[in-house]
Design a protein. Structure first.
Length: 124
């Protein structure tokens, strides 16, 4: 699938970073269909909007990204989740992947790498 037409949900508690991600992904030809500021909201918006991919922050208030990823991955309406983490700890990456994430990337990754991870998650 081309980057064009991929429908994205961004779950990130930092409003500035959420906006930067939205702008960058839309400039790359993707469509941001929803945003969430915590994991509980991410699960709710994912179920309602049914995006092609969720881009999920690992650490958020209320329900963290790992728990939200697990809820999304195990739902009847599941879709791939690409987790972004400020932490490079192997146990955190393993936790995200074990929760059902299609990929786990460190924040600060280049836009091209993020787009490749999103694209590959949609064909997996």
């Amino acid at each position: 699938m081309e980057a064009n037409g991929i429908r994205i949900l961004i779950a990130e508690d930092n409003a500035l970073l959420r906006g930067v991600l939205r702008d960058a992904l839309e400039e790359a030809g993707m469509t941001v269909v929803g945003e969430a500021s915590d994991g509980a909201e991410a699960v709710s918006v994912a179920e309602r909007m049914l995006p092609d991919v969720v881009v999920m922050d690992m650490r958020m208030p209320n329900v963290d990204g790992i728990e939200a990823t697990e809820q999304i991955a195990s739902a009847d309406w599941a879709m791939p989740v690409v987790v972004l983490s400020a932490y490079d700890e192997p146990q955190m990456i393993d936790a995200a992947l074990n929760a059902g994430a299609a990929n786990c990337l460190k924040k600060g990754v280049g836009l091209d790498e993020l787009i490749d991870a999103i694209r590959s998650a949609t064909v997996a």
